[in-house]
Ligand binder design. Sequence first.
Ligand code: NAD
Ligand code: UFG
Length: 338
Amino acid sequence: MTTILVTGGTGYIGSHTVTALIQNGYEVVIVDNLYNSSKAVLNRIETITGIMPKFYEMDILDRDGLDRVFAENSIDAVIHFAGYKAVGESVEKPLVYYENNISGSVNLYQAMAKAGCKTLVFSSSATVYGDPEKCPITEDSKVGGTTNPYGTSKLMNEHILEDVCVSDPDWSVMLLRYFNPIGAHTSGLLGEVPNGIPNNLVPYIARVANGTLEFLRVFGNDYPTPDGTGVRDYIHVMDLADGHIGAVRYAMEHKGVEHVNLGTGRGYSVLDVLHAYEKACGKQLPYRILERRPGDIAECYADPSKALRLFGWKARYDIDEMCRDSWNFTLQNPDGIK
Ligand code: NAD
Ligand code: UFG
């Protein structure tokens, strides 16, 4: 059986990916320090799949701990989700972000090299494209111009891993550039549980829909987009999880580094998403137009054809299904995953 180590496996995208891996016949070992997730996620994964994955409550900054994980398990490949992801917080605490997202990641890569496990799927982000020159964005578009330490940490990880692949041709590395993951598991058992007031659009709308927040603040309606509000490529987290199955399979058969977009190829505006959510929850949701949010770009959507070409993946869920599953999760888990 193929064994995959998943760092950050109890988090939002990690938990959906672990579920998909188990359902595709993989054995999974999770390393997570539970900084932004709870142990109860493991029970939810077991309820869905019938299998409880092996779990290490461990920080990727713990080098000896990582060596122990590789010594105790025969790991064939690693999917690396663990990291901090709050854009605004990264501006306030750059060193904390670089320590976790860079030092932690380098620790992991060193432990992999030591153990002779050189197959890796890394969670990168469309943020590496900065303000894109054109949409849809292809993987050969210019990268750089990131506007915050979080985004820069993703780009730095990409460069580190590119260098590793140059130095040692035995490595296989997939740099997956996610667009905007939203939605939740169709069972309603897994989903995103933001800490405090959400920064991201859909978790915020979910709180307006359940009455926790009064209205949506729409950050700007004077962008050069069809309705003036920002356009993004929202992707269902279950589609994203499936993309990792394809990527890990591909990585196990090919050496070298690949950069791959995971998006739907369709852009939706803030108001499009709001209206799709209104349909899902069956009520009108109040909003107000505010100033643009600093650092935001007008539009960002993927050309996802490389993922289709390399490993036969394309997104299946549409925006209505993404909002339906987000709302279902919100209703079923008023106190998060406990
Ligand atoms: P998440 O916060 O839900 O999951 C990350 C998990 O990593 C959490 O369970 C957390 O406890 C764990 N973790 C953090 N630091 C750790 C450490 N030092 N040691 C061990 N575990 C640690 O986030 P997510 O949305 O699932 O994102 C997963 C990955 O995808 C992240 O690397 C993120 O930057 C990247 N990504 C996310 C998005 C998005 O919009 N959600 C977009 C692009 C890329
Ligand atoms: N928006 C609002 N009101 C809100 C929140 C967001 O109008 O309360 C708007 C934003 O201005 C933007 C769109 O909704 O136009 C999406 O914003 P999000 O914060 O949901 O997502 P971003 O595209 O800004 O950022 C996301 C991830 C980042 C990642 C980036 C690029 O949060 O981690 O995509 O991949 F870096």
